[in-house]
Design a protein around this ligand. Structure first.
Ligand SMILES: Cc1ncc(COP(=O)(O)O)c(C=O)c1O
Length: 408
């Protein structure tokens, strides 16, 4: 007999609570910035947002959104092909294409919508999607929604990828799908090698550069710029909800043919409203500032290196890497959550992630850097990390290395 839905969902919630995996919302009463006001905690320093370039509360973005609100009103009240495309959509799509050095681009209300609107549109039963094991959930779901054969290669394992490419040679179309920057590890896809393999085996690359755009490369054009392989990535997806303003919105960038095709068949394009004009305008301003002020990207790179080195000097063992994500593995999920809570009590907001978001035994604190952080804020964050780390016994006095909590 069917069970009562609420009762059964409550049981599942209780199980999550017991396992220490229940997520809490923190309510902010100020704009996203390096410092925010959080209900119950007051002013806290943020090392946990994707506001990589510090543009989420930039006056020029706010003004651009206000102007667009006056010019276009609240929204399109329609899907794009009926009567829901504003001229500002054409402008933002041209700006995104220019940023990624592609012929064209198409916006969606989120990168989630872009990824789940892309794969089912371009990959059918005769095709194969070969996806990195640590790809973002939206890529995974996009693959699942397609009728194509799905293969998963071990994370960044090029031998495994090559084998899967060999095994797929009878398919009509082959796609290799990867994040640019992997959000939980902070590591970067091995793009030059992936490009070479894709060429050798006639595959197209789909790169989700949500954590790469605005961050990677000297000018923040993303992971392809970082590796000097711009123009060699067939399809790039990304978000406007992180470095490029932080509001919402996503996109697919690629050839004119691809974009024309998606306009015809990608289901979120056909059955869901367009990106609000306010967001198109603020994201366009973010791209303009990124192009105008490459020093923001340089600062982000410099302070990320400084934070990583500072944490190491204080006895932590952060992952090495070149993105703006610095994970510190602490092992146990409950410990990661506790450490995050203790940091918050001291005024530093860093989220702890545990199973099932990351594999069992690899729970972590994930620091995300922001170009707008001052030197004083960074110093104070490191001092707080040291204080909390010592209090919880995860570091010994400076110089000693981290004692992972994985085993106990
Ligand atoms: C790699 C990656 N792709 C896609 C998304 C989804 O982006 P959006 O918030 O625009 O839906 C995220 C968000 O966390 C992400 O990290």
């Amino acid at each position: 007999m069917a069970v009562n839905v609420d009762t059964s969902l409550r049981d599942e919630l209780s199980a999550m609570e017991k396992a220490g995996t229940l997520k809490q919302h923190h309510y902010l009463s100020s704009p996203m910035d390096t410092g925010v006001t959080m209900e119950e905690h007051g002013k806290v320093l943020v090392l946990s947002s994707n506001n990589y370039l510090g543009l989420a509360n930039h006056p020029e973005l706010i003004k651009a959104a206000q102007d667009a609100l006056l010019a276009y009103g609240a929204g399109t009240a329609s899907v794009r092909f009926i009567c829901g495309t504003f001229s500002i959509h054409k402008q933002i799509e041209a700006a995104i294409a220019k940023l990624h050095r592609t012929e064209a681009s198409l916006t969606y209300v989120s990168c989630w919508a872009a990824n789940t609107g892309l794969m089912p549109a371009i990959a059918g039963a005769e095709d194969v999607l070969i996806s990195d094991a640590l790809n973002h959930a939206s890529l995974i779901d996009g693959c699942r929604m397609s009728k194509a054969k799905r293969l998963v290669y071990a994370h960044s394992d090029l031998k495994d990828l090559e084998q899967k490419l060999k095994d797929s040679q009878s398919a009509r179309r082959i796609y290799v799908i990867t994040d640019g920057v992997f959000s939980m590890e902070g590591d970067i896809a091995r793009l030059p090698e992936i490009v070479a393999l894709a060429k050798k085996y006639n595959a197209a690359i789909i790169l989700d550069d949500s954590h790469g755009v605005g961050v990677m490369g000297k000018h923040g054009r993303g992971t392809a710029e970082h590796f000097s392989v711009e123009g060699q990535i067939d399809i790039i997806t990304g978000t406007l909800g992180k470095a490029l303003g932080g509001a919402a919105g996503g996109y697919v960038a690629g050839s004119k043919t691809l974009i024309s095709y998606l306009q015809q068949v990608s289901r979120p394009q056909l059955f869901s409203n367009a990106l609000p004009a306010t967001i198109a305008a603020s994201a366009m301003k973010a791209i303009e500032i990124l192009e105008r002020e490459p020093q923001r990207v340089a600062r982000l790179h410099a302070i990320t290196a400084k934070m990583r080195e500072g944490l190491k000097a204080r006895g932590f063992n952060p992952h090495d890497g070149e993105s703006a994500i610095i994970p510190i593995i602490v092992g146990d999920t409950a410990f990661a959550i506790r450490m995050s809570q203790e940091l918050l009590k001291e005024g530093v907001f860093v989220t702890g992630f545990g199973y099932p978001v990351v594999p069992e035994g690899t729970a972590r604190l994930r620091i995300q850097m922001c170009a707008a952080l001052t030197d004083e804020q960074i110093e104070s964050a490191m001092t707080t990390f040291e204080k909390v780390g010592k209090a919880l016994g995860i570091i010994k006095p400076a110089g000693d290395t981290l004692h992972s909590r994985a085993s106990g």
